[in-house]
Design a protein around this ligand. Sequence first.
Ligand SMILES: Nc1ncnc2c1ncn2[C@@H]1O[C@H](COP(=O)(O)OP(=O)(O)O)[C@@H](O)[C@H]1O
Ligand SMILES: [Mg+2]
Length: 334
Amino acid sequence: MTALDTTLLAYDGLTVTLPSMARPILDGIELSVRAGEIVALVGESGSGKSVTARAALGLFPPGAEVGGRVRVDGTDLVGADPASLRDVRTNKAAMIYQDPRAAINPVRRVGDFLTEPLRLVHGWSKAQADARAVELLGAVGLPDPARHLNQYPHELSGGMLQRVVIAAALTAEPRLLLCDEPTTALDVSTQAEILAILGRLRRERGLGLLLITHDIELAAAVSDRIYVMYAGRIVETAPVADLFASPRHPYTAGLLGSSPPLDGPAGRLTPIPGAPMGLLESAPGCAFAPRCRFAEPGRCDQSPPPLRRQGPAEVACHRAAELVGSIQPSREDS
Ligand SMILES: Nc1ncnc2c1ncn2[C@@H]1O[C@H](COP(=O)(O)OP(=O)(O)O)[C@@H](O)[C@H]1O
Ligand SMILES: [Mg+2]
C-alpha cells in the first residue's frame, strides 16, 4: 500500500442524537480522509461541522447517543477505551481551532506551550524539546523562531499565534490534522498564508487534513475533495473541480451563489432564502426542501433522499438525475 491510499480518517454511518432534540445532530455521516489529502467539510453555521470534527477525537456532546463508527488510523473512537482515546489524541490526530488565543495560555511563554507536551508526555529533556520547538516554528514559517520561544502570546499577532498553534499540533507528529475554521478569525492576507502553510504540511509531511469552513470558495481553493453538509447530513461530495463546475445539489449551488469569490469582484450574490433547520425541527422529507427552488411537493417532502453516486459525485437529492445541467450557482460575474 502506498501512502496515498492510506485512509487516516473514516466515518461510517456516524449518527449523534440528543434525546431532547427533534432530529439527530449528525445523521449517517460517511466521510474519509487519506494521507496526503486535504478534504473540506462545508456548510452553514449549525449544520454539524464542529461536532463531526470533535468526534474524530472521541469527543461527543454530553448525553448523546452515538451510532456508527469513526475511525482514526483504524481505531474506532465510538466506545473506545481510555488508552485508545489517549493514543489517538496524543499521537495520531490534532485539532486546530478558529481562535488561537483561546488555545494558548496567555500567561505562559510560547516556548512552554510548545515544549511542555514533549517534556511531560513524551519525556524529552529541555534541550531536546527546545530544539524541536525551534524546528517546528521554522516549519510553519515563523522567522527567527528562537526569539519567539521567550515571547508571551500577547506579543504575537493572530496570524503568528495560529502558526504557533499549528506548530504545537505537529509536536507529536500526528498524521491527521483536524482544522475547524482555522482562518476565520484572521484577516485575508494572513488567511492565505495559513492556508499555504497547511498545503505545504500536506505536501512535505504527507499529512491528511480535514478542513472545516463555512466558506465554500476557501474550501475550493485549497482542498482536493469537498463534502457539503446540511442539517447533520452529507448532501453532496465530489472532487473540487467537479463540484465547482457542476454542483449537483441545489444547496451546493446556493452556497456557491451566495459566497463572494476569494479574489476578484464579487458580482451579484444571491443569498439562500430562509434559514437552516434547527435541532428542534424535523421533516419527513429532504431537510433542504423548504428552501429549495427545485423542490417538488409530494416528492421531496416525503422521505429523506439517500446519498447516491452520480458521475464523479455523490448527491442526496430526489431530483438530482433530472436536474443535471440545470443547477447552476445563481451568480453573475460582473
Ligand atoms: N454539546 C452540545 N450539546 C447540545 N447541542 C450541541 C452541542 N454541540 C453542538 N450542538 C448543536 O449541534 C448542532 C451542530 O453544531 P456544530 O457542529 O457546532 O455546527 P457548525 O460547526 O456546523 O456550526 C447545532 O445546532 C448545535 O447547537
Ligand atoms: Mg463550528
